[in-house]
Design a protein around this ligand. Sequence first.
Ligand code: NAI
Ligand code: MG
Length: 350
Amino acid sequence: MSPQKIAVIPGDGIGGEVTTSARAVLDAVAAKHEIELGYTEFDWSCERYVEVGSMMPDDGLETLSQFDAILLGAVGWPGVADHVSLWGLLIPIRRAFRQYVNLRPIRLFPGVTGPLRSDADLDFVVVRENVEGEYSEIGGRMNRGLPEELAVQESVFTRAGVSRIADYAFELARTRRNYVTSATKSNGIVHTLPFWDEVVAERAANYPQVQWDSEHIDALAAKFVLQPQRFDVVVGSNLFGDILSDLAAAVAGSIGIAPSANLDPTKQHPSMFEPVHGSAPDIAGRGIANPVGAVWSAALMLSHLGHGAAADDVVSAMEATLAEPGTRTADLGGTASTQQVTAALVAALN
Ligand code: NAI
Ligand code: MG
């Protein structure tokens, strides 16, 4: 069998540091499980934008379409507006490759102290709709600079889009604890979110074994803090899912650990795996970034590529490394460098 092809986009700031670490862990686990992965690295970034005026080449998406998966560090750098870097790289990839699921698992690992008083067992997944909803290009601005200036941005919710994300959430719950929570705000947002609720209820009827409920986003945010252990699979629109998943990552101890997968579940297009955190300009270049978010993202990639046992092995190595005070980075209260954590992860695998 020829190697599975991985496109690596380190991006900006600590993106390069954490993808180097993820690559080292992938090399170790691939050798152990006799998996063949071939890598091609791309320098698409804000640095490139400053030099040549675009985040990626014109045929960038065509190039990526030849790969089995994409591993991304982070993009964004002071001096380039964040909407330029996001809409110049990440969002086109998510949309062109129909990565309609953004999957963000949340766990509180032994040895990691969360900010909450009770460190109950947290183990849930946020399923965020990733290609429509509130993040839409429909709208515009008028009368710029005048007192009557205005901005309009339309949310887009489609039956196809809501159905498939709901189905993904219910299917996922069946492999876990059979419980789905749908994020809504149908009391205040009177067209799109009642529609969301209706379609989710329709899909839920196909999964009688899965218990589900619907919560308004404001109350849900409070429950993420007060009773995070009650959740199993939480499904939300693009904006709600985005906010909830960062909140969940914070509740689980550090944004430095949180992974994400942008999935095309049909596997017609490559899926993309990236830590939730950004390029962290405040710590970039100092060798202290937590690589676990990128490493966990690489584990999600292995699982998507059909290497479940190798993915489980990487997660076990993460558990062992996080449990040890000497191999935690500064964001977790430790003093270990990125390289020391990487070495510990590789050692745990070998
Ligand atoms: P950020 O996630 O880069 O940093 C927030 C805070 O968390 C900083 O104090 C940082 O030092 C810390 N942090 C983040 N990752 C860490 C890690 N692995 N280990 C230890 N500490 C870590 O978010 P911020 O500051 O809002 O954004 C910085 C840049 O990154 C911006 O240009 C933003 O647009 C971009 N960004 C890109 C994302 C992506 O590529 N998916 C996601 C979020 C932000
Ligand atoms: Mg976010």
